[in-house]
Design a protein around this ligand. Structure first.
Ligand SMILES: Cc1ncc(COP(=O)(O)O)c(C=O)c1O
Length: 398
């Protein structure tokens, strides 16, 4: 039996423990919710942005874990900037100029959060290509920024819209995922990269370039980073989730030393530093002679899967949806005709299939625009075909 004092205490908590005002502007992630719904049952998922755990470099990681006791200091507190040997390795690998620096983060998502907390005041304006990566949207919303949207085209953001919005002034950042965008899978053309770099420099707006999929290219030519074409300010976010493992939660932010310093101060207050044993294991992985072979194998398998998904969509669904084939990354973005994407996602769940309706990638949905995001990296080709069969049945049922 609850005593009167306990009841009073519970009531008092209900009254006083209100979330901060900034929470009102954050929308919970549809995808994290759907992931919960798909765990531990027969649902096939094309919904998450998950790498295939069967392709994780477990043997190399086992070796790396066994070597940890040779570096006993990694079990101690360390520097906020990251494990010095890892930072040095990455600086050398990426040929960092002397005025730039790297900060190791707990996934690139933390990098985004740190940039927002360090540089955005409530009502500051940020531009982003729409549809937008949900994690970025959440970070901007938490910082109470105003997010202006630029329509995505098959070559990157609509340049006229971008220029018009930049010309209005007072824009703090342009957030971009030029290599195999999440959710559209688009890779910006070289001409778009040059044009965006030129526009941002002209209007003196900083770029946040987010490139977690850059190493997952399956066809086509390697293109320059947009930030490498700029004279002005940028933050470059990288992630090891897609090429090592996502559970290690490792990423990094690259920027000039001056721009990076406020992020380091906030990270100190937030988590002191990212777990050192994980950083040491990542370093061993990156230094292993077999690591290049591991990435080549990921490219081979994921490239095959992208093709298998495209083939299955064409052969089983045909004219009921349209999509652009992708040269890399993890997603295919399918525009659907005559069917509401949210209803389709619900109907798919009845058929034991999870997909994400496109509306989830706009802050307030997008009326009249019907698309779904399909992940092709988690399932093997035969399962992708089966999943498309379920998608086809769900479309027919509607
Ligand atoms: C565009 C983009 N940025 C950042 C992230 C976060 O990656 P991490 O696992 O490094 O936090 C993701 C994850 O899917 C992503 O798609």
């Amino acid at each position: 039996m609850l005593t009167r004092r306990v009841l009073l205490f519970i009531r008092a908590k209900e009254v006083f423990m209100l979330p901060a005002q900034r929470m009102a502007s954050v929308q919970p992630s549809y995808i994290r919710n759907i992931l919960k719904a798909t765990q531990g049952n027969n649902v096939m998922s094309l919904a998450g942005g998950l790498p295939d755990e069967r392709l994780f470099p477990t043997r190399l990681l086992d070796n790396a874990a066994r070597e940890l006791d040779q570096n006993i200091e990694v079990y101690q507190y360390g520097l906020t900037r990251g494990l010095p040997a890892l930072v040095e390795h990455l600086c050398a690998e990426n040929n960092l100029p002397s005025d730039e620096q790297l900060l190791i983060t707990t996934g690139s998502q933390q990098g985004l959060d740190l940039i927002c907390r360090a540089y955005l005041n409530p009502d500051d304006r940020v531009l982003a290509e729409a549809p937008v990566y949900l994690g970025a949207l959440q970070a901007f919303q938490l910082a109470q920024a105003k997010v202006g949207l630029i329509d995505a085209t098959s070559k990157g953001p609509d340049l006229d819209q971008l220029e018009a919005k930049l010309a209005k002034g007072c824009v703090k950042f342009f957030y971009a995922v030029p290599d195999f965008h999440n959710p559209t899978g688009t890779c910006w053309s070289k001409a778009t990269r040059i044009a965006v770099a030129e526009l941002l420099d002209r209007y003196e707006v900083a770029l946040i370039e987010d490139v977690p999929y850059r190493q997952l290219r399956y066809s086509g030519e390697h293109l320059p980073l947009v930030s490498s074409l700029m004279k002005g300010d940028f933050f470059l976010l990288n992630s090891f989730s897609k090429i090592a493992t996502s559970g290690m939660r490792l990423g990094c932010v690259q920027a000039t030393k001056k721009l990076l310093q406020p992020l380091i101060t906030i990270k100190q207050a937030s988590d002191l530093h990212t777990a050192l044993p994980m950083q040491q294991m990542l370093l061993s992985l990156l230094q292993a002679p077999e690591f290049e072979g591991h990435i080549a194998s990921l490219r081979h398998h994921y490239g095959q899967r992208a093709q298998a998904l495209a083939n299955a969509l064409i052969s089983q669904i045909g004219g009921r949806l349209t999509f652009n084939e992708v040269e890399g990354g993890m997603f295919l973005w399918a525009r659907i005709n005559c069917v509401n994407a949210v209803s389709l996602a619900q109907e798919c769940l009845k058929n034991d299939l999870a997909v994400v309706p496109g509306q989830a990638f706009w802050p307030e949905g997008k009326a009249g625009y019907q698309a779904i995001r399909l992940n092709f990296t988690r399932l093997a080709p035969a399962d992708l075909e089966k999943a498309v069969g379920r998608l086809s049945s769900a479309m027919s049922a509607l």
